[in-house]
Design a protein around this ligand. Structure first.
Ligand code: ASP
Length: 438
């Protein structure tokens, strides 16, 4: 019989009403055995996230200031939930331990982790599930990366001993036992780790949207949602700015071939987006899966006659970037020009040095840096089998009077990346979306 691991984000556990919905979702299927909660998030737009309040408390304490006002607000959030759910549970002892520790100089990670710890205690009491403290089952190495070997052995064994359990997200323990958190949004990662350790059939990631959209809803009104996306496609889209899931949450489940289903707590019957290791192409009727983009890039363009015949030219250019600790994003080139696309902020304070070094090492005819570039990625596994996709992308841009500065088609044929002036970013995205989707 299949087993499901569910992670609920902060907005899905922000108040008692949401706890009730979450309990209904969990109880609707007996395969839903392990639950990973975030800390209470915002109940309304101007509201405060408990994690932010905990960071603020720790910062005040570190400056020797009073924390009682903020700490009181945190306690109230939890007490409201407990009272409204009518639970026979008191967290007062936990609150005073946490308060003392923060005042006694506990670090940021400890303070922030208490958000999911306390929410986990409430959720386990409400669901009647066992509570497994992540500090005892999720381990980091000295360098701050996940100690997967130890985690999967210990967590796997712990899960075997519990038919149903709540494991708080976001944190684990360092080799000396002290608390460490993942980066912000890291409960997604805990959910993926629990899914992997449990050998789950599926990792359900419950949030406040019905999955991934084909394009940024701030630019495209009511974009279509994506039903099925492969891990590879998702990586391309997330790299270019599409976010719903923490990027590092993909690796644990991807390695084990476990699909992730992004679901909406406020609309549980919506299918959401299914992220899968590989997808049957016949399952998709659209050529493209999504379009994402980002601004803030620069093109370093180097010209030299007969460059194509000069051995080691590219290596020397890239060496200059390496020495200056700049990673490059794309490398389109032609016979006599080579372009390197980098993030503009990485050039900060290094422009002159880079230009000088390129001149010195490659003796070019010209080198210029052009800022203000936006990149758009048109991503889709369906592109492999359909001819003329690139032509449609370029024609749609031409019709919208967008000048293309750069083109890069990945050899996987999974994406086409175009660079345009930042001022053309929005019209370009709309033009491509309308060409393929509307
Ligand atoms: N509560 C943490 C944050 O706000 C982790 C999470 O929600 O995933 O970043």
């Amino acid at each position: 019989m299949g087993l499901k691991v569910l992670k609920f984000g902060g907005s899905s556990l922000a108040d008692a009403a949401h706890f009730r919905i979450v309990a209904d979702i969990v109880r609707a299927e007996k395969e839903r055995r392990f639950v990973v909660p975030s800390a209470p998030g915002k109940r309304f737009k101007e509201d405060e996230k408990v994690t932010d309040l905990l960071y603020a408390c720790q910062a005040l304490a570190a400056e020797g200031k009073d924390i009682d006002d903020i700490f009181g607000r945190i306690c109230r959030r939890y007490n409201d939930i407990i009272e409204e759910l009518g639970l026979d549970l008191s967290l007062e002892d936990e609150f005073s331990v946490i308060r003392e520790k923060i005042l006694g100089g506990a670090g940021k990670d400890y303070a922030a982790s208490r958000g999911e710890y306390l929410n986990g205690l409430i959720l386990s009491a409400y669901l009647g599930f066992d509570f497994i403290d992540a500090q005892k089952v999720v381990f980091f190495k000295e360098d701050g990366t996940l100690d997967s070997e130890r985690t999967y052995v210990v967590l796997g064994a712990a899960l075997e001993n519990h038919p149903h359990a709540v494991v708080p997200g976001f944190y684990g323990a360092m080799p000396d036992g002290s608390i460490r958190t993942f980066s912000r949004g890291g409960s997604d990662i805990t959910g993926a780790i629990v899914a992997r350790a449990a050998g789950a059939d599926i990792y359900e990631n419950w949030t406040d949207v019905s999955g991934f959209m084909m394009a940024d809803p701030r630019i495209i009104e009511n974009p279509k949602s994506i039903d099925v996306i492969t891990y590879k496609e998702l990586r391309e889209l997330s790299y270019m700015g599409a976010t719903v899931l923490h990027e590092d949450a993909i690796f644990p489940v991807r390695a084990a071939g476990i699909p992730i289903n992004i679901k909406n707590t406020n609309d549980p019957s919506a299918k959401g987006t299914l992220i899968v290791p590989t997808a049957n192409d016949s399952e998709t009727d659209s050529i493209i899966t999504g379009i994402a983009g980002k601004v803030g890039f620069s093109i370093i363009s180097i010209e030299k006659d007969m460059m194509n015949a000069e051995l080691g030219f590219g290596r020397r250019v890239l060496e200059v970037l390496e020495v200056n600790k700049i990673s490059f994003e794309h490398l389109p080139s032609s016979i006599d020009t080579m372009c390197v696309i980098v993030k503009t902020d990485e050039l900060e304070g290094k422009r002159e040095k880079i230009l000088d070094a390129i001149f010195r090492l490659t003796d070019p005819d010209a080198v210029v840096i052009h800022d203000g570039i936006a990149l758009l990625a048109v991503v889709g596994r369906g592109m492999v089998h359909s001819m003329g996709t690139a032509a449609r992308v370029f024609t749609s841009l031409a019709k919208a009077s967008v000048n293309i500065r750069m083109i890069d088609q990945g050899s996987s044929e999974l994406n086409i990346i175009v660079g345009v002036e930042e001022s053309d970013y929005v019209p370009a995205l709309r033009a491509i979306y309308n060409e393929f989707v509307q």
